[in-house]
Design a protein. Structure first.
Lengths: 275, 275, 275
């Protein structure tokens, strides 16, 4: 929702959303909470074509008590208001490659000491996973127009390319990247059932566009394993990859270092899991 | 919901729903309320073909405390039960052209004195609009089958033309006019973000049928501007037009005074806005 | 939900779900309840092909207080883990043909003495129906992909044939049988508006597959009429048939005793109705 709420201010008319970094979930939210999103421009750089530029923003989600519930950095390619304007001085923010596990915010009161592995569906705790391990989540979902539009409205993302078939030259609706993230996270239950809670987003890229009719599958790579400050609560750093119309894990990029055309999402996050 | 609840009694087998008038929202409703709809026939007239007629009804929505929450008049073309029956005496109700702004029901406790224009998304209060002004709401939505059916079920409208492709000769599902109203009202946020609350429906017509695949856009015309009895709360009378597969405002009717084929909805309502 | 929750344990990889029996709703559930499903294998039999077998299970749904809210028996065709394994000894459970009306569980506090027939939509109480009577529910619904997938997710059924077009050779998504049951029960309102509450499932079969684009209609046959132990509360045993692309009641089976290809569902249940 906080991501979606930034659309009118930032990306309604964006050429492309390029990436995410330094995302941290700081406090739980509850039914009935009122959330606001506040964004600050922390960097910008004109592209060499003189027509577009990259804008970096830090967004903070705040609840009705004024508590920060979420923070993240994103960057997007925007059109210049006036092409004839001089290029602004380039300001590039320094961004962390990944959140340090010591900085992860474990929700107060979270306690895995009576965790019911049999009800969760899988017996795997942190010690069952190894750095470098690749997990094929096996299942897949073929997306239809009506459902991705309804999901996108729930997130309050109003960007017209998701709803109006006349807004792209090819007459297709672009599927909201947040819907792809959500489907990939849901698919990842199969193999990561106990990775209960996402607490940080190290980086994220929407690698290629997704359209109705695409069949989405997902796989994960274990990038790191750590303990949090709370006994019994471990953390896994995971790369979550969503892809279209292709089964099973494989390379992300071609020889030119660009994402292969079937790769939709390359997401790097920390999740909490019983240790 | 009150509109939808009248379907089994009135329009399940109607040939066409023709219009609305004298609609007033009288009291707010809340989660958990139980609503009933009661309709009274206030007029009828046989058509010259002797097979159908126009029936006028006044419907009242009542909550569990017996308070009226909504009133409106509608008329629809129905088939005669027996074509051989003599024509009933024609009774045509006298209907107001528009609700007098002095009769608008401002919900008790509504107070715009601390209205947060920056959070609402637009800075425009009543004084920013002028009679005769036309507002293009710019955005558009292409409708799909599954979503319009689900919306129609939520409103408890059970008319078979919305769900069963065998009920029309062309094999298409007719999209519920209430869904078009809802989409047009949602689109109108862009330009009328502070027109917070609809309090009266002066008139309304479903001008042409709408089908899945149609791209819906909307524009508004400011018909009148008024103050309510409550300080700080103004009222705007707006014409809201929904159209299909065509961008931007334009004429509603052709030289024969009929609605042009791309016009879906012509709705005349009063909304409250900070003055 | 309890039905859907059994999917990961039982039918995710099933060849076919074959039938239901001895289903009883034992206690009402409320918003906020937490339900668990526990299943016990009560019979199994290898098929003559040596590759598959029939497994019979009794599933019990339990709420957070440990009360049973639902019990039923189902059987499904599953693949053998190892084809070379010897056939297990066949165990066939003895199943009742129909629940005795004296064993129906009437929810505590249920009282039809002030039942408002005018608000319910139909005037028919138990005495208005006769054994052998056939009721055409008239209405029909044409199913689309997006909505059946969303309904299936709500029931927490994760079987891949419902979501992934690559999981069947014909590239179609199979529509969840529970969605067909739900649509048929909703359609049956027209003619059975006062059959308020399903309390037992005597038997049920998904006779043929259903796909998006199919137009579903339904009809019912009154199999039995009984009084419960509670004064004023009667029970009707009903056969509910859902069919595709065909209007009105007709034979269920061909000369070979197999279900005709347009029959989707053959469900035998008890419902409570004012007597």
């Amino acid at each position: 929702m906080v991501f979606g709420k930034t659309v009118p201010d930032i990306s309604l008319n964006a050429v492309a959303n390029l990436g995410y970094a330094e995302g941290r979930w700081l406090a739980p939210i509850f039914t009935g909470d009122t959330l606001q999103a506040v964004s600050e421009v922390i960097g910008l750089k004109e592209n060499t074509n003189g027509k577009t530029g990259i804008v970096y923003l830090r967004t903070r989600g705040v609840n009705q008590h004024g508590d920060s519930v979420l923070e993240f950095v994103r960057w997007a390619m925007l059109r210049k208001r006036q092409i004839s304007s001089p290029a602004p001085q380039a300001v590039l923010p320094e961004l962390d490659g990944a959140i340090d596990p010591a900085d992860l915010s474990v929700p107060e009161g979270l306690d895995f000491s009576n965790y019911a592995f049999d009800l969760a569906g899988e017996p795997y705790r942190l010690s069952a996973y190894e750095r470098g391990e690749v997990i094929d989540h096996v299942d897949a979902i073929t997306i239809e127009e009506a459902e991705h539009m309804m999901a996108t409205r729930l997130w309050q993302n109003t960007a017209k390319v998701h709803f109006d078939v006349t807004s792209r030259a090819d007459g297709k609706r672009l599927i909201y990247g947040g819907h792809v993230i959500s489907l990939a996270r849901a698919l990842s239950f199969n193999g990561l059932a106990n990775a209960q809670m996402i607490v940080a987003l190290n980086s994220g890229a929407h690698a290629n566009p997704c359209f109705a009719g695409d069949t989405i599958s997902a796989w994960s790579e274990v990038l790191d394993i750590a303990q949090t400050r709370v006994p019994g609560i471990g953390a896994m750093r995971l790369r979550l990859v969503a892809q279209k119309n292709q089964a099973g894990p494989g390379p992300l990029r071609g020889e030119d270092q660009r994402y292969l055309p079937h790769i939709l999402l390359d997401l790097d996050y920390w999740a909490l899991i019983p240790s």
